[in-house]
Design a protein around this ligand. Structure first.
Ligand code: TNX
Length: 501
């Protein structure tokens, strides 16, 4: 409050806002087109800019509230990167302050830059996001001194779920890549990394009770893709790494279809008449399934596997797949599997098709076909993760006809502007938005970067900024200014001509 007051006084003295002498609220809505914008993605809820600059010295005094467990190290890392040293007698000061301001919610923050820098929030997460905003306001690499705009930012996300799905089953991504991906997501305030851990082409997570899943399913992959798996120790390390960056790892074990790797490992999970029990490296979908007429075999296995998954991943939500399979007992299976997750003390997510089952309304549905009739499920009280493929499937081209991309959902691919045009309010009760990278055709870190970036910045803005504030032109301007930050993160992004890159 003290600083807001100071800011208001400063505004009266020197004038705030770039187009008028009064304090101007600079949200990213079309009417604000003429107004100066800060190079921030996602754009904050409210931004007030005063004339003048604050110069941050290369020695800084840091005051961090108790409980800023992740925000403080994140800030320290940022300062170190910029060759700014900490000292109690330094001329510049940065404060992380815990407050109680209900309107900031669980993840919101205030960032004030006037005669010093202060970030306040109700939670460590909020402070962490304030630090990310400060990170974007600062240059990507070290300089002699740092000139910052005089701003008062109040910010909170539109959605709790701001996600990305990475298919590590078709083609494996090693822990190092997952860590950089988490870093990059966190920089843009994305907070859910959904790992598609099993499919026909591979099984990627060690399950102690069923070692053959990774002995046989681990070395398997889509043709041209990487094989491998995460040991339980590696999973724990990734979970901790993600937690320190406010990213929840959401595991998916795809059931009852997309299970060839499991069937090849434990043949008894398949019906007796199934003759193909080899591992699979092709591109087909929809040919494999657990033997649903053998409940005494498959359900104990499902329970055991999910129990270990739940031990490994603290996520409240556990994804059980449910896509692309036809079987008379499908709905019964989904209802039972979501109940197993519930009995284990968590809540299930299923792909949209699972909405035909009699699930508890708490179960989250992930919408992936734009036209799927999800209305009946909404009427039963379900909530949605929005992944409509014609906007969010980043295995589709950055442009029409991009080599090694799919176009089954949209033949023009999913260019940046298309991705940005997703109307998140059109689909009813949404907890948020999640873009997806399926990896049948994505086999290297570089290819993944190319499909993910810069489009993932769109997911970030759709998930965080209010729908009424979005403006594609302004978004591209801001993103272009942030390009050095993408470079500093080592991202091998697609050189989008629409950004002039
Ligand atoms: C559909 S989307 C799938 C995946 C494929 C993807 C390719 C969904 C739930 N299932 O198995 O990898 O298309 O774009």
């Amino acid at each position: 409050m003290r600083f807001l007051l100071a800011f208001a006084i400063a505004c009266t003295l020197i004038g705030c806002g770039s187009t008028s002498p009064d304090t101007s609220t600079n949200s990213a809505n079309p009417e604000a087109h003429q107004t100066e914008q800060l190079a921030l993605v996602p754009y904050p809820s409210t931004v007030e800019i005063a004339k003048g600059k604050f110069t941050l010295a290369n020695r800084v005094h840091l005051e961090a509230a108790n409980g800023s467990e992740t925000a403080k190290p994140a800030l320290q890392a940022l300062l170190t990167q910029l060759d700014i040293t900490l000292s109690d007698t330094a001329p510049s000061q940065i404060e992380l302050i815990m407050v109680e301001e209900p309107e900031l919610g669980e993840e919101g923050y205030r960032l004030l830059i006037d005669t010093q820098i202060s970030i306040s929030a109700n939670t460590d997460a909020g402070l962490f996001y304030g630090v990310q905003t400060l990170r974007q306001l600062l240059p990507a690499s070290a300089q002699a001194e740092y000139a910052l705009p005089l701003v008062a930012i109040t910010d909170a996300p539109a959605f709790a779920w701001r996600g990305n799905m990475l298919d590590v089953a078709r083609s494996f991504f090693p822990p190092e890549y997952i860590k950089s991906h988490i870093d990059r997501m966190a920089r843009f305030k994305l907070n859910r990394l959904h790992l598609h851990l099993s499919d026909d082409q591979g099984w990627r997570v060690e399950i102690n009770k069923y070692p053959k899943l990774t002995e046989i399913g681990g070395p398997s992959a889509v043709e041209g893709g990487r094989s491998g798996f995460y040991t339980q120790e590696e999973v724990r390390e990734l979970v901790a790494y993600a937690q320190a960056r406010h990213v929840t790892l959401v595991p998916e074990i795809d059931l009852p279809g997309h299970t060839q790797a499991a069937l090849a490992s434990y043949n008894e999970l398949a019906c007796d008449d199934v003759t193909n029990l080899s591992t699979y490296s092709g591109l087909e979908v929809g040919f494999s399934k657990l033997c649903l007429t053998n409940p005494e075999v498959i359900y104990p296995w499902v329970e055991d596997v999910l129990s270990e998954i739940i031990e490994l991943f603290p996520s409240e939500y556990i994804h059980i797949g449910g896509d692309e399979i036809k079987d008379p007992l499908y709905a019964e299976f989904i209802a039972r599997a979501t109940q197993i997750v519930d009995d284990l003390g968590r809540t299930a997510i299923v792909w949209e098709e699972g909405s035909v089952a009699d699930n508890d309304p708490d179960v989250l549905l992930q919408l992936w076909n734009d036209e799927y009739d999800i209305q009946p499920a909404l009427e039963r009280g379900h909530q949605l993760i929005l992944s409509p493929c014609s906007y969010t499937y980043f295995d589709h081209g950055n442009y029409a006809g991009q080599p090694q991309t799919y176009d089954w959902c949209r033949k023009e691919g999913v260019p940046l502007e298309r991705a940005y045009s997703l109307d998140t309010s059109a689909f009813g009760a949404a907890v948020g938005v999640e873009s997806a990278l399926w990896t049948e055709l994505v086999h290297t870190d570089a290819a993944a970067d190319n499909r993910l970036w810069p489009r993932l910045a769109v997911t970030a803005e759709l998930g965080w900024s209010q729908a009424s504030q979005r403006d594609y032109q302004q978004f591209t301007d801001r993103l272009t200014q942030l390009r050095p930050q993408l470079d500093a993160l080592g991202i091998q992004y697609y050189l989008a001509p629409e950004l002039g890159w």
